[in-house]
Design a protein around this ligand. Structure first.
Ligand code: FAD
Length: 366
């Protein structure tokens, strides 16, 4: 993001002429069947691998599984491309020394996945049944059946929900210090939030900013004592407790914030160049909640060092299980890992099935 950059209205895959494929009967890599789906719509699509989500994790999983000849189908959401579709400039994705627009980068991911035969459907999965194989997923009235599933539904940053914040996103309002801190060298900025993430982001941003105002609505931070002590002791950090952000000021870019008080009546204005909202993230797990195990923060849980979920044959990649790194390159890396895990798991399943078939066919020796 750049606070000087042109505001980014989310564009579908960076204006590249990439196809929008409405879900329909017959969609999918394998011959479509007209089984009688439980939703009564009458359409059903078979695939070896179904990938849910078309952010960096989902599309990287699609590239790898398509190149492994697994003929994946990506059910990518109505707002395909994921979180990078709402950011203007990505400067830390390897391979782009001059930076790349978020939508343009995701357009390239998609193009690469489609080049190897991945089918991408721009629809939202609204229900799943992971009780047995084939796994069943429903999106826009179509049933998809797959031998393996990769969940790459990502996460959403939580925002304050005020109009001025939305209007100035990408023009000085951000939810990612790692991504955008660099744009605020020698600028005065603010972080809003009261947990460890807010304290961490504030401390991280002191590397660039001339001053970091840390705004929290309560009279004490929720974060750990050690992080609070570090923030309080940092010469560039100024704490503002009992304050709420009422409005982000500025027309073309952030020029300040209007703060309300929660302890006494009154308001104040803080001139700043950037506002980082650090009030949390929400993983997109609703449809999987009853099926897959999650961790104490509500993110989907993986087994050991693999991307395997608590259900055999279902794998997880990207921000939907990662509340630590939350970067495009780490999500892409997880997509790669999930595709390799799927490939090996399917191979083992198929080898077992071949052995069982051979044993069943062999004459019994007495
Ligand atoms: C404003 C902003 C700027 C950022 N800048 C950078 C940056 O400069 N560099 C960087 O490395 N990272 C950046 N990030 C972080 C980066 O975007 C994420 O870490 C990354 O996109 C995570 O990828 P993902 O594939 O796991 O999930 P996401 O990108 O969140 O993609 C998830 C996808 O799943 C889809 N989906 C969700 N539910 C369903 C469903 N039920 N059915 C079908 N599809 C579904 C969504 O529509 C979405 O397409 C930024 C994030 C934001 C918000």
């Amino acid at each position: 993001m750049s606070d000087e950059a042109t505001p980014k209205t989310p564009r579908l895959f960076g204006g590249l002429s990439l196809s929008f494929i409405p879900p329909a009967a017959g969609d999918g890599p394998a011959p479509a069947t007209s089984a009688s789906p439980a939703n009564g719509a009458g359409d059903s699509v078979e695939a070896r691998v179904a990938i849910v989500g078309s952010g960096p994790a989902g599309l990287t999983a699609a590239i790898y599984s398509a190149r492994a000849n697994l003929q994946p189908i990506v059910i990518g959401g109505v707002a395909g491309g994921g979180q990078l579709m709402i950011t203007s400039e990505v400067e830390n994705y390897p391979g782009f020394p001059d930076g790349v627009g978020g939508p343009e980068l995701m357009g390239l991911f998609r193009k690469q996945a489609e080049r190897f035969g991945a089918r991408i459907v721009d629809a939202e999965v609204d229900r799943v049944d992971l009780s047995g194989r084939p796994f069943r997923l429903w999106a826009a009235g179509v049933e998809y059946r797959a031998q393996a599933v990769i969940v790459a539904t990502g996460a959403e940053a939580l925002w304050l929900g005020i109009e001025s914040e939305t209007r100035l996103r990408g023009r000085g309002v951000s939810a990612c210090a790692t991504c955008d801190g660099f744009f605020f060298r020698d600028k005065e900025i603010a972080v809003v939030g009261g947990g460890d993430s807010a304290l961490e982001e504030a401390l991280f941003l002191t590397r660039f900013a001339s001053k970091v105002h840390l705004i929290h609505r309560r009279d004490a931070f929720r974060g750990s004592k050690i992080m609070q002590a570090r923030a309080a002791a940092h010469p560039k950090v100024q704490l503002h407790l009992n304050r709420t952000v009422e409005e982000v000021l500025g027309e073309e870019h952030v020029e300040g914030v209007r703060l309300g008080r929660t302890d006494v009546p009154g308001e104040e204005t803080l001139p700043i160049d950037g506002l980082f909202v650090a009030i949390g993230h929400r993983p997109n797990v609703a449809i999987f909640r009853e099926w897959l195990e999650s961790d104490e923060k509500g993110y989907l849980a993986t087994e050991g060092v693999t991307t395997a979920s608590s259900i055999e044959g279902v794998f997880i990649a990207g921000d939907v299980d990662d509340h630590r790194y939350r970067q495009a390159v780490t999500a892409a890396g997880e997509g790669c890992r999930a595709a390799i895990d799927v490939e090996r798991w399917l191979e083992a399943q198929e080898a077992n099935e071949r052995t069982e078939t051979a044993e069943a066919a062999a004459p019994t020796v007495r």
